[in-house]
Design a protein around this ligand. Structure first.
Ligand SMILES: [Fe+2]
Length: 222
């Protein structure tokens, strides 16, 4: 089981502050069944912009074999993404496009702006994996149409699955899982205090979608 979106490296963004908390998160995620964690600190965020060398330096201190690679969660600033000559991606599509995890400013992003960004990223050779799609207040039809037109993947945030049954973001992910729109699920964990929700979400996924668990926690969708 691979987690393709997490903030588990201390002192880089709004993730853990200390090495100890990083290690605690890693230990628990491993005990939940994850065999690989891909740290994705925020990049080009208005508050955080760690360099690849800063990430590599911190990973050395963690010295855990469960971290085999890293990438970033890119704020969707296309000129800055294009500027990175060697963009750190989470994989390549069969036709050589770089798959990168991206986020938009929550809720305020208009549908037209999302579509324009995806078009520009595709044109520049990037196939985006959009993080926590349940946060953007866009309906399933919008996401479905976007997938038909562009090379784009959709990631659901697991913590939404630990919310009460009447929560609208939880309902949306469940609907989108069942209609085949979700390519990947990820923890997006920032703090040890969120481990309880991750554990609850994993139990739910194993109970309801056991046959798809492997698919949701892998990079085979690429
Ligand atoms: Fe994130």
């Amino acid at each position: 089981m691979i987690d393709l979106h997490s903030h588990i490296i201390y002192g880089l963004d709004d993730g853990p502050d200390t090495l100890e908390e990083s290690l605690e998160i890693i230990r628990h995620l491993s005990s939940f069944g994850f065999t690989e964690l891909v740290p994705t600190p925020h990049k080009f965020h208005m508050l955080f912009n760690p360099s690849p060398s800063q990430v590599m330096e911190k990973i050395k201190h963690l010295k855990r074999s469960i971290i085999k690679r890293f990438s970033f969660e890119y704020s969707c600033n296309i000129p800055l993404i294009k500027e990175m000559s060697n963009t750190y991606n989470i994989g390549l599509t069969s036709d050589g496009m770089q798959v990168i995890l991206i986020e938009f400013p929550v809720m305020i992003t208009r549908k037209g702006d999302v579509e324009k960004s995806i078009f520009e990223l595709n044109s520049a050779g990037f196939a985006p994996l959009i993080a926590h799609i349940e946060r953007y207040g866009k309906n399933d039809i919008f996401w479905s149409e976007l997938k038909k037109k562009y090379k784009v993947y959709l990631q659901g945030g697991m913590r939404a699955l630990a919310k009460p049954f009447y929560d609208s973001s939880r309902k949306q992910i469940i609907r989108m899982i069942e209609s085949g729109l979700i390519d990947n699920l990820a923890t997006d964990i920032h703090r040890a205090s969120q481990l309880g929700k991750i554990e609850k979400a994993i139990s739910f996924i194993f109970k309801e979608y056991k046959e798809s668990t492997e698919k949701f926690f892998a990079d085979s969708f690429i």
